[in-house]
Design a protein around this ligand. Structure first.
Ligand SMILES: C[S@@+](CC[C@H](N)C(=O)[O-])C[C@H]1O[C@@H](n2cnc3c(N)ncnc32)[C@H](O)[C@@H]1O
Length: 300
């Protein structure tokens, strides 16, 4: 969704932009090109390989960017408050991560059950599979994957791991397929479990919550935040974040009762009320973009 992102942040000469999920550097290169000759970009990624790949890709823009390995949740710890014109977060995993069997993200490629974006982190997906109780696994499968059969699958995993460890993507995908045969379904029966485990291993929901707040801090008034999500859990968090801060009142107790509203100045404006979907041409080119949703907000 490069053209949609460019439209959202509208890069300009001398502007300061942030890509919190630099990946292979595609969005970053487009932002630097569009803000030539003097736009600046800060970028980060939790994955050291991504930072390396992006540094190589951005070589032609040397002297106009700074990249760090790190969590976008911590942007406000190294980028000055109120200094940026645009922040982009393109969540989830990259094709470079999905396509490499040894990273353990894909049920289509047999490899170690790893799933860490940051390989300096110690806990892997295999560690969670082998150490969490069936109740904890079921909660993760349900909360982060929306897997309806979460309890039964978690119990089956608990039973299986008594006789042999589950240490590879192939072993986990095979076990789930055995417990939940495809029966003509298009998607692989392990899709939701793999998504849920990945979110749990990388603490993705808590990064997103902290990352949105941090992004608002580093933006200038009038600066834009563009977030691309890939599943409904993330999209809901971004949507609710935007709506809550676009209101001119707050309320306590979790329920919006008009009599209990307290007026306050809104912090942002929703640039688009609805999420933007990828164009047809992109869908044809890139199957992964099927579930992408872009939301754009502007700091007041
Ligand atoms: C969809 S890819 C980004 C692709 C990128 N926009 C491009 O144009 O090449 C997502 C990237 O975000 C990174 N990532 C995910 N969560 C992160 C986090 N909390 N902090 C930093 N990077 C993160 C992943 O490691 C991955 O490289």
């Amino acid at each position: 969704m490069v053209s949609e992102v460019l439209e959202a942040v509208n890069p300009m000469e001398k502007g300061v932009y942030v890509d919190g999920t630099i990946g292979g550097g595609g969005h970053a290169a487009a932002i630097l090109a569009a803000s030539s000759p003097s736009g600046w970009l800060f970028g980060c990624d939790r994955d050291g390989d991504a930072v390396e790949a992006a540094s190589a890709r951005l070589r032609e823009f040397a002297g106009r960017f700074e990249l760090r390995r790190g969590d976008y949740a911590d942007l406000a710890e190294w980028i000055a408050v109120g200094s940026c014109d645009g922040v982009v977060l393109d969540l989830g995993v990259s094709s470079a991560q999905l396509d490499r069997a040894e990273r353990g993200f894909s049920f289509l490629r047999d490899g170690p059950l790893d799933m860490r974006m940051d390989r300096q982190q110690t806990t892997t997906a295999a560690d969670l599979m082998m150490s969490l109780s069936a109740e904890e696994l079921a909660r993760i499968f349900w909360e982060y994957g929306g897997e309806r059969d979460s309890r039964r699958l978690a119990k089956g995993i608990e039973r299986e791991r008594l006789s042999r460890p589950i240490r590879t993507t192939g072993e986990l995908a095979g076990l789930i397929e055995k417990m939940s045969p495809r029966r003509g379904k298009k998607s692989h029966p392990a899709t939701k479990v793999f998504q849920a485990l990945r979110i749990a291993v990388n603490g993705e929901m808590s990064s997103l919550e902290r990352g949105l707040a941090g992004a608002m801090k580093i933006l200038k008034p009038g600066g834009r935040l563009a977030v691309i999500t890939f599943h409904s859990l993330e999209d809901r968090m971004v949507k609710e974040f935007g709506r809550a801060r676009a209101r001119d009142y707050t309320f306590t107790g979790g329920v919006d009762v008009p009599e209990l509203r307290e007026p306050r100045a809104p912090e942002l404006r929703l640039v688009t009320r609805k999420a933007i979907q990828p164009r047809r041409a992109e869908l044809a080119e890139n199957a992964r973009s099927r579930s992408a949703q872009l939301r754009v907000m502007e700091k007041i």
